[in-house]
Every structure is written in structure tokens, then in C-alpha cells.
Ligand binder design. Structure first.
Ligand code: PEP
Length: 252
């Protein structure tokens, strides 16, 4: 937690929800947020963006999507352009979530292109980076995360990070119940901030770096207390209002 940067807690609903379930979840979150000093957002499946806009417009909770096309428009059946997300009032969009990289083959170059497409439409990309268990065991975490980050810096320029968020999500901790220790997470966050600082110290100082990977009410406070952790990207616990609210409280 830093005095320079606002904390951000972003929920990633993944492919969960229904109109009825979302309505209750969003209303419960709004009802419990009073006094929260952290910025809060939810990244919802595409069909529920209209609902998020209707329920959340004018509230402290921002909304966004979970991926975006790298293309502006055209013959890309099934894809959703960044301008379309902007039409639905999105503030954020996740790019390069490990599930997109692993299950849909998104390369570093494709993630960088999505990052730039999001910014071009005025959205704030939340760039997800992180190593697999095999990569951690091979002691190449730093190498992997730096490669993922540099793909974006090389394509978009370091200044682009002034209008972005980076989420460190060790793949082995996502949805597994295994969390990086605060020290493990802090070490990678410090490495990311250091890499950005080498290119531009002012951008690095202001960059919000979220931790994601089995963040729960019971471990959020100790993670968020680390100097380079500026909040969380929350999967499973974002689907339970009481848990999400407890995590938001830990960030404020
Ligand atoms: C995620 O989906 O980005 C995530 C971090 O999930 P979980 O909190 O369930 O590990």
C-alpha cells in the first residue's frame, strides 16, 4: 500500500452470472461499499455490460470487460471491438489474462495489440502478467513477467503505462486456493515497477500494480500492505458480495 497511489479492487467474474444473479450481486456490493476509499470495478461477461451500465452508472463502482479485439472493426466474427465496450460505458478491460493466453493462444504480440486498441478507444487496459508453476519452479518468473511486460512497452511505449493498470497474477495461484505469499508477490511487483522505472521513473511511481490469485478476505490485508501492491484482481471472491466487500475494505 502506498501513499502515492490509490488502491484499486477489480472483480473478474469470468464466465459466471445471469441477469438475476448479477442484479443481486451488484446491488449488494453497492449497498455495502459506503466508506470504501479504494477504487472498485467489476469486469463482467459481454452480454451483461448493458446491465452493469444500468445498475452502476452514477455509482462509485466502475465496470469493464474481460478481453477485447485487437481490431477496430471488420470481418472478425465473434469478436468485440474496444469502441463497442466504450459505447457501454466501460472504464476498464482486462488484456492478457492467463486464461486467454493459455486457452485461446493469445501471444505477447496479440496482447500488446489489444492493449493499444483498448487505449485508442479511451479504455484503461488492465494488463495481466504472470508465470506458470513450471516457470516458477524453473526460476524464470522474472524473465517471463519481464517478457510479457516488455512486449507492451516495446509496442506502445512506456508512457502508455500512465493510462493503464498492471496485474501480477501467478498462474499457479488463480482459482487454486494457493496464494503467493505477500513476500513472493511483493518481489515480483518490485521487479515490475523497477523495470518500468528504468524506462520512466514518474510513470513507475504512479503505476497501479494489482495482485491476483486466490485473494480472499482472510489474506487480502497482508497482501495489500506490501509497498508495491496497489490492490487486487479478484476472481472467485468477486462472485460473493460479502467476500468482495471485505476485500474492498482491506484495500481502504
Ligand atoms: C482471476 O480470475 O483473475 C483470479 C485472480 O481468480 P481467483 O481470485 O479466483 O484466483
Amino acid at each position: 500500500m502506498s501513499s502515492v497511489r490509490t488502491q484499486l479492487v477489480a472483480g473478474n467474474w469470468k464466465m459466471h452470472g445471469s441477469l438475476a444473479v448479477n442484479q443481486t450481486l451488484l446491488q449488494d456490493v453497492l449497498a455495502g461499499l459506503a466508506g470504501c476509499k479504494a477504487a472498485v470495478a467489476v469486469c463482467v461477461p459481454f452480454p451483461y455490460l448493458a446491465q452493469a451500465q444500468t445498475v452502476l452508472a452514477g455509482t462509485p463502482v466502475a465496470w469493464g470487460a474481460q478481453t477485447v479485439s485487437e481490431y477496430a472493426q471488420g470481418a472478425y466474427t465473434g469478436e468485440v471491438a474496444a469502441a463497442m465496450l466504450a459505447d457501454f460505458g466501460c472504464r476498464y478491460v482486462l488484456v492478457g489474462h492467463s486464461e486467454r493466453r493459455a486457452l485461446y493462444g493469445e501471444s505477447d504480440a496479440a496482447v500488446a495489440a489489444k492493449f493499444m486498441a483498448a487505449q485508442q478507444a479511451g479504455l484503461i487496459p488492465i494488463l495481466c502478467v504472470g508465470e506458470t508453476l513450471a516457470e516458477r519452479e524453473a526460476a524464470i518468473t522474472g524473465e517471463v513477467v519481464t517478457r510479457q511486460l516488455e512486449a507492451v512497452i516495446d509496442a506502445a511505449g512506456v508512457q502508455a503505462l500512465a493510462r493503464a493498470v498492471v496485474a501480477y497474477e501467478p498462474v499457479w495461484a488463480i482459482g487454486t486456493g494457493k496464494t503467493a505469499t505477500p513476500q513472493q508477490a511483493q518481489a515480483v511487483h518490485a521487479l515490475i515497477r523497477g523495470r518500468v522505472a528504468a524506462a520512466d521513473a514518474a510513470v513507475a511511481e504512479k503505476l497501479q500494480l494489482l495482485y491476483g490469485g486466490s485473494v480472499k478476505p482472510g489474506n487480502a490485508a497482508e497482501l495489500f500492505a506490501m509497498p508495491d501492491i496497489d490492490g487486487g484482481l479478484i476472481g472467485g471472491a468477486a462472485l460473493v458480495a460479502a467476500d468482495f466487500l471485505a476485500i474492498c475494505a482491506a484495500a481502504s
